[in-house]
Design a protein around this ligand. Structure first.
Ligand SMILES: *[C@@H]1O[C@H](CO)[C@@H](O)[C@H](O)[C@H]1NC(C)=O
Ligand SMILES: *[C@@H]1O[C@H](CO)[C@@H](O)[C@H](O)[C@H]1NC(C)=O
Ligand SMILES: *[C@@H]1O[C@H](CO)[C@@H](O)[C@H](O)[C@H]1NC(C)=O
Ligand SMILES: *[C@@H]1O[C@H](CO)[C@@H](O)[C@H](O)[C@H]1NC(C)=O
Ligand SMILES: *[C@@H]1O[C@H](CO)[C@@H](O)[C@H](O)[C@H]1NC(C)=O
Length: 423
């Protein structure tokens, strides 16, 4: 990646409710990272499986718990749930194992385990056992139970409109400026570069970003690709399918919508000024819809046009690239499968994959590309298509007056601008 260029991004859509979010210290405080007391990924004793987190799923019944895990598909065995009820162990109850249908051939797959809390148990924690004998629970790792009724009441009056789930941050990913959304963001972090680390530390202390440690590489050999037959490894794309599902449950009681897009993608409204008015319109037109599919469009790395917005001199040395120069859109080939990204109401989703929802309780709607589409500016593109096969799209430039000052602010926040170049 060229270290002398800059990536500019986001913050586009939500300036108004962002302000109200910022002015409400109440909101900001509750967003402070509650670092998991346990690790985010814990091996399940006597098995090859990993457990991630446990949520009350009140859509089923208030006594139902959904444990999200990463299970070895060829080693599924019966499991038993045991709860910590205040200070005593419950009796064990049988677990129902629901493996997600999407795994792209990898040996490990996202798996939900449903458990029922026994009567008269004020459950605080849960774990799974391979035998119905609860004595074997003594040295188990316990998962705290999230989204309990008391949490739900607390969250009632502090809803977000949007949560962006950045499913995986790994390697030397270091596109500093891409991180300025000002929406609630949940980021699953395996590793990142030093400048981005500094910025995210600052954001998470201020409460805009919730960092979830995601040390998947300590437990499995995660694949950097999406297809096992091609890319090998234990699990699809650093465990992305699991983090997306985890993020939906994490957001269920506090966010109206969840955006499941990658860091190099912008969900861009073409007929509305911001995402909120877009969603209000779409929701009015489609009251029963809970899943909105947004078409992916690629803006290749080359050619680009920096006649108007070349990188500013003070951005020299900032890692990343400038998305404002990527104004040439590839026309998708609609004869082959054309992927979407998702905006969902978290309460409408039981299980999700990357480009589609697997189990849901609402209808789906394909948003027309002239209303909203994904602007996808990959770091690399395999080919540089000729100009005459591309469409000019300068929609991003409509946001430059909001974008550029914010980019400068983010750079200052990350201490990437020296005082000399700030003037
Ligand atoms: C559960 O908690 C409630 C409220 O904290 C309490 O009134 C009740 O006695 C508890 N039940 C048990 C079985 O511990
Ligand atoms: C991301 O994870 C890496 C590796 O554990 C850690 O060094 C870094 O501080 C984390 N960054 C943030 C912002 O949490
Ligand atoms: C996005 O769409 C483009 C066509 O515009 C296609 O070439 C590309 O593979 C798609 N990428 C993803 C990640 O869906
Ligand atoms: C792209 O750059 C050229 C100058 O190099 C300019 O004439 C042209 O108007 C630009 N295209 C757009 C869409 O702005
Ligand atoms: C984050 O950065 C801003 C701007 O540089 C600074 O004012 C603030 O004190 C920083 N916050 C923390 C918690 O370090």
């Amino acid at each position: 990646m060229n270290p002398r260029s800059v990536i500019i991004t986001y913050l586009l859509f939500s300036t108004n409710h962002t302000e109200s979010l910022k002015s409400s210290t109440h909101n900001v405080h509750t967003l402070r990272i509650t670092q998991n007391m346990l690790q985010t990924i814990t091996p399940l004793k006597n098995t090859k499986h990993l457990l991630v987190s446990a949520y009350v799923d009140q859509r089923v019944k208030d006594l139902d718990i959904r444990i999200i895990g990463i299970f070895k598909r060829d080693s599924i065995q019966p499991l038993h749930c045991v709860f910590c009820c205040t200070n005593v162990l419950s009796k064990t109850t049988p677990a129902t194992i629901l493996q997600h249908s999407d795994h792209f051939g990898f040996p490990f797959a996202t798996t939900d385990v449903m458990c029922q809390i026994p009567q008269n148990c004020n459950a605080t924690r849960v774990t799974l056992l391979t035998t119905p004998d609860k004595e074997s629970a003594s040295d188990s790792t316990w998962l705290p139970i999230r989204n309990q009724k008391s949490d739900r009441q607390k969250e009632e009056n502090m809803k977000f409109d949007f949560t962006v789930c950045i499913s995986n941050l790994f390697g030397d990913y270091n596109n500093v400026l891409q991180f300025h959304y000002k929406l609630q963001m949940v980021i699953y972090n395996t590793s990142c570069g030093p400048e981005l680390d500094r910025l995210l530390q600052n954001y998470s202390q201020e409460g805009f970003v919730e960092m979830v440690p995601w040390p998947i590489d300590k437990h499995l050999n995660p694949s950097r690709g999406w297809l096992h037959s091609e890319h090998g490894g234990d699990v699809h794309y650093f465990g992305q399918l699991t983090t997306l599902n985890e993020c939906i449950y994490r957001s269920m009681e506090r966010s109206r919508y969840v955006l499941l897009n990658d860091i190099d993608e912008i969900i861009m409204p073409y007929q509305h000024d911001d995402l909120m008015s877009l969603m209000n319109t779409l929701q009015n037109q489609n009251p029963n819809t809970g899943i909105f599919l947004i078409e992916n469009h690629t803006y290749p790395k080359k050619p680009f046009n920096q006649s108007k917005w070349g990188p500013l001199p003070q951005w020299n040395g900032v890692p990343g690239f400038d998305i404002l120069v990527h104004i040439y859109r590839e026309e998708p080939n609609r004869n082959i499968y054309h992927p979407h990204k998702l905006i969902v109401q978290p309460r409408a989703v039981q299980q999700t994959s990357v480009h589609d929802v697997l189990m849901m309780s609402a209808t789906k709607f394909k948003v027309p590309p002239d209303v909203c589409r994904i602007i996808h500016s990959p770091i690399r593109t395999p080919t540089d298509p000729p100009l005459d096969r591309l469409h000019v799209d300068t929609r991003l430039w409509d946001f430059k007056d909001k974008l550029l000052p914010n980019v400068i602010k983010v750079l200052q926040r990350a201490e990437l601008l020296t005082s000399e170049t700030q003037n």
